[in-house]
Design a protein around this ligand. Structure first.
Ligand code: AMP
Ligand code: MN
Ligand code: MN
Ligand code: MN
Length: 283
């Protein structure tokens, strides 16, 4: 009998090369243990884990595509564009990501200064202890430090009180443009995917403009089932995918065993009637 069960694809997660806590081999084992068949590691603005992840996946008999989650600025908000099945050696992509990572250092210092002014000293140095290097420094590392120090009881409380996009200690910077992010991904042979669209607070008119512009730039996909969406958002973004003709993606956005709501590979299937991003790769 032919197996018609949907592929267990998990195409969004983070290692300690960005703001996750596990190394790529640990993630690969966790993914395989949870039944993932097609996997991608998508660190923020970073491809350094791709080789280790690919090798570990091969050893575990899991299919793998190299990925990345690029930070971009669009209409006054930060958005994330996932690049899937990119060539991790592509020079323009690597240079673009390096330029984004550079901006994290000064931004991290400024976040530290703002927290100090709000009565939380030492957070830049404290957050750095959680980061692979200053170029990978993320709000997530600050959040871990604030929980460690007992300033907040949970990561969510840190974001709610200090660090979410409108929070008093968040420092807004210009990441990359949408044109750059999509251009780097497509130039590296990859498929560009709008990450967790349900997290952005655009008006309907702005969201429509984002999807149109993304498509015109060569973007093809949108995350429908992600650890960042609630079940009603799976349905909503399935409608968006159908309406705009986007390929649908699925990924846990797993960061850490104690922090992530949804584990690697433990997501519902894509809603019926969508074209999965992986179909173009022969899965
Ligand atoms: P950064 O790239 O430094 O701006 O950090 C963004 C990261 O912080 C995201 O990738 C998430 O891992 C985490 N994050 C952002 N907003 C929230 C939130 N409201 N609650 C929990 N984690 C968040
Ligand atoms: Mn993250
Ligand atoms: Mn993201
Ligand atoms: Mn992510």
């Amino acid at each position: 009998m032919t197996d018609t069960s949907p592929l267990n694809a998990d195409l969004h997660c983070h290692s300690h090369f960005s703001d996750g806590v596990l190394d790529p081999a640990q993630l690969a084992r966790r993914a395989a243990g949870n039944g993932v068949q097609l996997w991608s590691l998508t660190d923020h603005d970073e491809l350094a884990g791709a080789a280790q992840a690919g090798q570990a996946a091969r050893e575990l008999g899991m299919d793998f595509v190299a990925g990345v989650e690029i930070s971009a600025s669009w209409a006054g908000q930060t958005i994330h564009i996932v690049g899937l099945n990119v060539d991790p050696q592509d020079a323009a992509l690597q240079a673009g990501l390096a330029s984004i990572r550079d901006s994290r250092v000064a931004r991290g210092r400024e976040i530290g200064q703002r927290l100090e002014a709000m009565g939380v000293p030492g957070s830049y140095e404290g957050a750095l202890r959680y980061a692979a290097n200053p170029q990978s420094l993320s709000r997530t590392h600050f959040a871990r430090f604030l929980v460690e120090q007992g300033v907040c009881a949970s990561m969510q409380e840190v974001f709610d009180r200090y660090l979410d996009d409108t929070g008093p200690a968040n420092v807004r910077i210009h990441w990359s443009t949408l044109e750059q992010a999509v251009g780097w991904i497509v130039g590296a042979g990859g498929c560009a995917v709008i990450a967790h669209p349900g997290r952005y607070t655009y008006t309907p008119v702005q969201a429509d403009a984002l999807y149109d512009q993304f498509r015109q730039l060569g973007g093809q996909g949108i995350e429908v089932v992600t650890g960042s969406h609630r079940p009603e958002q799976y349905r909503r973004y399935a409608d968006v995918a159908r309406h705009y003709g986007f390929l649908a993606s699925r990924g846990s956005d797993f960061h850490a065993p104690s922090e992530s709501r949804i584990d690697l590979g433990c997501l519902p299937d894509l809603p019926a009637g969508l074209e999965p991003v992986w179909r173009q790769w022969g899965f």
